[in-house]
Design a binder for this molecule. Structure first.
Ligand code: ADP
Ligand code: ZN
Length: 839
């Protein structure tokens, strides 16, 4: 048995009365230490186990929460990502359904009033506490907060010693439970005697109305809540009369709180015929589906080539074979449009999972998916755990997306990689789709491990947009280089005392402004990317160069014009924007850099008549807001959409004719081995938003380094060449896919212990040998929320350690040894297998 949050597995005896119902994958209530907890059975054994001294108390499930396949999958995840199995199982279950014990204050019985009287003399407040406890157990937090008695309160200790109260485990019911509703049907007697003729025997119009609704629903019956939705009191009385007369029968049933219609689906036109390329891709996938074996595909299709339609057709074939299908999308792509296409294709056979759903809905979906009611599941990262029985096909759209990586809490899994493993274990076909496949996946396809399927053309003859690079400001001068024109009479120019005043270049170049104007005049839409929220990344005192920093993190504060605040984008610390500099007292701030708010302001100034929508995590983080904004823009309620990378992904806006990246180089210079890939992918994606129908689109990239090879990729729409060059540099630097990486992070309140902890682990790793170690070094943001962060990268090359077994084994052993000897106090070690970013 495994308990969430606890390392290791534990043995329990199964009392004979539970022998038949305690099966692997079931949740059980067990005594654990001084309390009771929910655990999950991972294996049952008929032989007596001498280590099993305690018994299982209750079995909490009627059918296993985990199938054997899901147990195997979660176990792999725990081993691969070096994280307790129990934590993986917890991540795989919907939240709030476990039954746990926690210590509460409770009143002892029988209660000794005389003793209380003595205590009340010293502690008159004890009266309130006793009154509260009479109503039931009180958790320690409420005791401290509401009554002011903390865990070390002398009064509580006195009461405890006197045997009046105790602090003991109390079972807390799960927060989320099944929801039941009554299903209404005609009673058996009425059914047998009259059938539909019964309607004629009723005189009240209300009774007739109710009966008609019941007949319309057929033998399955109708939910009482649906039948009486919006009913007047006269109609409710009619219902009561029918019930009293024995005309109706009620049956209690577990119902779902998920309603697909709350997901707001716009009307979407369905393509009548696949293009030839789509057809070829679907055929190839279908042939593998028929073989029923693990088979990975890489669907490499330019933006607008109709990848989603390929998924839909492949899923249709999967369902015809009686199997189920799982579709993973980046959270940001789960818009009503995308969901609507799946809903239109599969109706009530498809369920959607996204982060805006409440815990009851998630629970119902999980239960119904497990029972096989939805053979198609569309969801974000965590849907990789969807308990679909009989999995035949897995789709991972935009497989290169960084958001597939779970960063916090454990398990730090990558949903694409986990999906590949799940497909392998369940003998399913998997399709990874993208216009800009990750370097890793492309490499696998080039090596012949994945089958590459190409969609090289846009649907409907739309051609890829023309991409132009526009110089945003003069090329930065290389240090030491002296501008020629300043030489006078063969003499180098005199050094100026002051550095030249740094003026920021205009945000929008003349060329981009002109293009926007043309687009607007033609009644078309434009999309502008600036991948930084806020107004400007920093404000600097012009006089003394003071740059306000976050007091808790080692980063500068971002200036937000709305509300005039400085905010930290790491910990969300906020303070009012100062009038005067705290260091020199001057009030001469300059803003540096460019955020979405400033871009919006500039657009409003330049195009006062245009309707401008800004979309970033400041405006679109509220539940459902992102979907609503996307829908409004698609419906033509706005002319210009300006925002961060969330506007670049997977959106299909037919009326967009211009897309632009305001600061294309901002994406490229970042100290991480994936920076070029990310930047290039983002630029290609944003370019892909324009001209998606037959008319030609235009893309403008503003940059200070127009010759940058990554920008040339976008001009040529040539991802494949980019991958080839990038592969070479990855090979030279020994990074994935040529190497395997595990990042170890150490976090602590003081500066030296984290570094010391990593140095100790480093020594242990060196003893084990055959791994390369980089660091420890401070993380790029060396302090977040007052915690210091150090990191160390452990690496093996693919040539020596193809599956990474040695690397994983070495790190596992080193960590075990480190913990056995007692780790550094106050230091937390995080393990990040296959880190997405190493900066
Ligand atoms: P991608 O995901 O490759 O960017 P989509 O699947 O979003 O492309 O398809 C782009 C647009 O083309 C969508 O509006 C879709 O409805 C349409 N489409 C896809 N396949 C076809 C087809 N065979 N015939 C006509 N239209 C299609
Ligand atoms: Zn901060």
């Amino acid at each position: 048995m495994v308990v969430p949050g606890v390392e290791g597995a534990f043995s329990y005896r199964v009392p004979s009365k539970l022998a038949a119902s305690a099966l692997p994958g079931m949740r059980v209530l067990v005594p654990f230490g001084h309390r009771r907890l929910t655990g999950i059975i991972i294996r049952t054994d008929t032989a007596e186990n001498p280590k099993a001294t305690r018994e299982i108390e209750h079995v909490l499930d009627e059918r296993p929460a985990f199938s054997p396949a899901m147990l195997q999958f979660t176990r792999w995840m725990s081993e691969y990502y070096l994280c307790p199995w129990g934590d993986v199982l917890k991540a795989a279950l919907p939240a709030g359904i476990s039954l746990d014990e926690k210590r509460h204050w409770v009143l002892s019985e029988p209660f000794d009033e005389a003793r209380l009287a003595e205590i009340l003399k010293m502690y008159p407040d004890a009266h309130d506490v006793v009154e509260a406890l009479k109503a039931g157990p009180v958790p320690p937090e409420r005791m401290a907060k509401q009554y002011g008695f903390g865990p070390r309160s002398a009064m509580l200790k006195r009461m405890q010693d006197a045997g009046l109260v105790s602090f003991r485990p109390v079972l807390r019911p799960p927060k989320v439970k099944s929801h039941f509703d009554s299903v209404v049907n005609l009673s058996a007697e009425v059914q047998a005697e009259y059938g539909p003729d019964y309607l004629g025997r009723l005189r009240s119009v209300h009774e007739q109305h109710l009966l008609r609704m019941i007949f319309e629903c057929g033998p399955e019956g109708i939910l009482r809540s649906d039948l009486l939705k919006g009913a007047t009191s006269a109609r409710k009385q009619a219902f009561a009369r029918l019930l009293a007369a024995g005309s109706l029968a009620l049956r209690l049933e577990e119902v779902t709180r998920w309603d697909p219609h709350t997901e707001a689906t716009p009307k979407i036109s369905v393509p009548k015929q696949l293009t030839d390329y789509q057809q070829m891709a679907v055929e190839a996938i279908s042939r593998s589906l028929e073989r029923g074996q693990f088979d990975p595909f890489l669907l490499f299709g330019v933006t607008g080539s109709g990848k989603t339609q390929v998924y839909i057709e492949a899923i249709r074939r999967t369902l015809e074979m009686g199997k189920s299908a799982l579709v993973l999308l980046p959270e940001i792509a789960l818009t009503p449009f995308v969901w609507g296409r799946f809903y239109q294709a599969f109706g009530n056979r498809v369920a959607i999972q996204h982060s805006a759903q409440g815990s009851s809905v998630r629970f119902d979906l999980w239960r119904d998916i497990r029972a096989g009611r939805f053979p198609v599941v569309v969801g974000a990262r965590s849907a990789v755990f969807a308990p679909l029985p009989n999995l035949g096909l897995v789709v991972v759209d935009e497989e290169q997306e960084a958001s597939y990586k779970q960063e916090e809490p454990e398990p730090r899994y990558h949903a694409r990689d986990a999906a590949l493993m799940r497909a392998r274990m369940e003998h399913a076909v998997i399709v990874l789709g993208s216009a800009t496949p990750s370097i890793e996946s492309f490499y696998q396809a080039l090596e012949g491990r994945y089958t590459m399927l190409r969609l090289p053309e846009r649907v409907g003859g739309a051609i890829l947009p023309e991409v132009r690079i526009v110089q945003r400001f003069p090329k930065p001068q290389i240090e030491g280089e002296v501008p020629k024109e300043k030489w006078v009479n063969g003499e180098p120019p005199k050094k100026e005392d002051k550095p030249p005043k740094h003026e920021e270049p205009p945000i929008l170049t003349e060329e981009l402004k002109e293009r926007i104007a043309i687009t607007l005049k033609r009644g078309k839409q434009a999309i502008l990317l600036q991948n930084r929220r806020g107004f400007s990344p920093f404000i600097i005192c012009r006089k003394c160069g003071n740059l306000p920093m976050c007091p808790q993190c080692s980063v500068s504060l971002t200036y937000h014009r709305k509300g005039q605040v400085l905010r930290c984008h790491y910990c969300d610390y906020r303070e009012p924007a100062p009038d005067t500099c705290g260091k020199c007292g001057a009030s001469d701030w300059i803003t540096q850099g460019l955020g979405t708010q400033r871009l919006e302001e500039e657009l409003v100034k330049e195009f006062p008549d245009a309707r401008i929508l800004r979309m970033d995590s400041d405006t679109a983080s509220r539940r459902g807001m992102h979907g609503r904004m996307v829908t409004a823009f698609a419906a033509g309620e706005y002319d210009v959409l300006a925002g961060t990378q969330m506007i670049a992904k997977g959106l299909d806006f037919p009326n967009v004719e211009l897309s632009a990246v305001v600061q294309a180089d901002a994406e490229l210079f970042y100290p991480d081995f994936r920076a070029s890939e990310r930047g290039a992918s983002l630029i290609v994606q944003i370019a892909g938003r324009s001209g998606r129908r037959a008319e030609t689109g235009m893309v403008i990239l503003q940059s200070s380094v127009p010759e940058h090879p990554v920008l040339q990729v976008a001009v040529e729409h040539d991802w494949e060449t980019f991958v080839q060059t990038e592969l070479q540099s990855r090979q030279q630097a020994n990074f994935p896919p040529y190497a395997r990486l595990i990042l170890l992070r150490a976090i602590g309140k003081e500066e030296t212990p984290p570094a010391k902890a990593l140095l100790r682990i480093r020594r242990l790793l060196q003893t084990i040998g055959k791994v390369e170690i980089l660091g420890p070094a401070p993380a790029m943001v060396a302090k977040i929320r007052e915690l210091y962060r150090f990191q160390m990268l452990v690496r093996t090359s693919r040539a020596d350690d193809p599956a990474g077994n040695h690397l994983h084994q070495a790190v596992r052993m080193a960590l075990m040894q480190y913990r056995q000897v007692k780790g550094e106090p106050g230091v937390e070690i995080e393990v990040d297998v296959d880190p997405q970013s190493v900066s």
